[in-house]
Structure formats: structure tokens, C-alpha cells
Design a protein. Sequence first.
Lengths: 62, 385
Amino acid sequence: LVAGREAAYHVLLVDLDEGFRVMASAEDGAEDYPIGLRVVGRFDAPEDGASEPRLVFAKESD
Amino acid sequence: MAHALRGAAVIRGVAESQLGEVGPDRFALDLVGEAAVAALADAGIAKGEVDGLFSAVVGRGMANLDVGEYLGIAPRYTDGTMIGGSSFVSHAYHAALALHSGACDVALIVYGSTQRTDMRRPGRMPYPPEVPNYEAPARPVHPVTGYALAASRHMHEFGTTREQLAEVAVAARRWAQLNPKAFKRDPLTIEDVLAARPVATPFTTLDCCLVTDGGGAIVMTRADTHTDSPKAPVYLLGAGEAHSHRSISQMPDLTTTAARESGARAFAMAGLSPSDIDVAQLYDAFTINPILFLEDLGFCAKGEGGAFVEGGRIAPGGALPVNTNGGGLSFCHPGMYGIFALIEAVRQIRGEAGDRQVAGVTTALAHGNGGQLSSQVTAILSGER
């Protein structure tokens, strides 16, 4: 959990089932991402001023 | 048979520039010059004899050209290896190789930064972003985010606690209280560290190194030259380097650094083991660093670093004195710290460390770290060959 200027946000390292690791964001508002949690990724549109889409992960549904 | 480089090169002079906050009228090259002049005086060697130049400066792609011009040195051997904060320990290794081969006769390793003052300069240009583009969308605040992720993983795998991380900061502060040059000397408790402002889980501000100004310089020669230098020589008995990744997402194992390789290489060259080390200077950019390096350099088993530092074991009076100048956490950290680990190791071996002097130091280890736990360089120094 990174203490941002306006609000704290998660930065994750995610080991993908495809066999490599990426740094990514977590879905806004998520409370906690314990190590070992299974997550599902999606690409969100770039934030203001950014050119790259954001890779965002959320907790995998049961 | 001993390694050919073992003890072949010696450190003859060391010095720091003004440290802390130097004011708006001084710039990085001023500190480079101040440290270089003082280190050469310490070595009793004239500037005109320097024919090997080693430097690295954050934000300066051609640091050696800047430094050489500023100092009036036109070296016949130059090495601008830039692998982050470990660069200067790497320079000492490379200088030993260059001296041993005859590529140069007097090596000057030098660094300076006004990182703290630069933050207050009007119209300052920020350093270029350190983050690889493919990590940037996740908005990591580097370098702290990378180290925080490694610390989180260490806590998860081995049960390392916040209190154990804080103990590293407290030990550094206790050493700093014995060092009049240290930037932070006020008392510090584990509770203070835990209650400080959160930066990146699990770190608070007091788990993070200082942001200061400062410079340092080291003069090296072959062991068989300049034997009339005023100070006793400090032999480079062993050195090793390794790097494993650039961005934290590509670190092969978040709980094991390339110090495992650099340390093994340095100990093998020296023909020594961790039990031979009297004091250790371990680059402490963040509190997780010494814990990882104590494990990876062989002072304790993997996963036991947190327990190792408990109870003041690395603090004054502890079984293994670590970062006896106060380290990057409390002494100084002007962007890159590695040269100060070497300088403190030399001071301890020479018996010049004042109130913080550890009794009976013969052999010291200085370990540099750079990037996101990316580059690791280990040097083993001794007053005896």
C-alpha cells in the first residue's frame, strides 16, 4: 500500500498463470491484497496524462 | 594457492566532504573536489600522480568527464561503472584489477551529490524517472516501492516482523549517536519507527534512508608502491560483484539478492568466512536491506535475518557491529551511499572511528547495493595481508 499524495493505493506484483511476473495496480477501493490471493486482471483506459493503459487486478470471484 | 588479486591493492586514503545540507552555493562537483583533495592528503599522494579515475553521479551520464575536468585529472584509465549505490564498491574492485594489471598506478574513486539541497533549488530539473516504462502505469514510488515489496515478501515467507525491521533503524541511530558527523542523532525507539508516517507497506519514513548532501573519495595503489604513505595500508583481500535484474518485478526471488553470489566470490578470493569479519558495513537504503544481506552474505541462514538483528545484536555492544557510522538510515545518504560503507570500514580498521570505534578490528566487510536490490558488490578489507 503506497501512501499517495491524495489517497493510498496498492501496487502489486502478480505471478501470472502464464508464467511471468508483472507489476500492476489493484482495483480502487479494495481493502487488502494478501500475498497468495488469486486475482484476475483487466486493462483500464489510461489515466489523465498517461499514454499507457493500466493493468488492474481484482480479487477472483468465488 | 591464494587468488592473485588478494591483497595486491590497498586503500591509502579516504575522506568525506562536508555532509548533511551544504547550502545553495555548493554543487555536487564542489563536494567531489573537497573529498578528493582530502583523500589525497590522507594518502600523502599528489593529485598529479592520479592516473586512474572512477566515479558515478546520479543524473550525469558522463560523470568521469565532468569529474576529470573539474579536478584537472586526465587519466590513462577511466571507469564510470554506474550500477546505482553499489558503484563505488565496484569501483574499488575494478581499481584493484586495473592497478594489478598496470593499467594505472594511483586510482581515485570519488563521489559527490547535493541531492538534499537540489530539492530546494529554484527551477531544479528532476532526475529522469527511474522506473521502466512497463511498470510506470502502476505508479510505483521508486525506490521505496520495490524495497517495500521485497520486505512484504520476506515477512510473508519467514515471519519477519515490523519490530525486527525497526530494530535495524534503532541500531543505526545508536551508532549515529556516537558519530558527530551523523545527520540524525536524536534518540529513536522501535515504537517511534512504527508510529512514523507510513510510506509504503510495511515501511514508515523511519525505515527509509536519509536524503542528504555529501561526497566521499578513496585513493588506492598497489600494495608495493607508495609505501611511505602516512597511514597504514588497508588491503583489499577479496571482492565480488553480481547483478540480477533492473526492475523489482524481474527480481528472480524477492527474498534472495545477488549478494549471495557477490559475497561468496569475495570470501573465496579473501580465503575467509563470515566468522572472520569484525565489523560489517551493509548498504541500508531501507531497513530490510541489512536483514537480506546478513542472510545472503552468510552471517545467518535464509529467513533468520529478522531474528538475527533482535536484541541489539548489530548495535553498539552487539555481537556483530553493523553500519558503525550510522549508515544510510542515520549518518548520511546523498543519493548513493556505497562509498561511505568503504570509508567507514577503512576508519574502523585504522582505529580512527572515535567514540564509535569497535575494539580490535582487523577485518571489515563493506557491501554495496544498487537499483532495486539489483546490483550487489562485496569487498573484504583488512589491516593485515
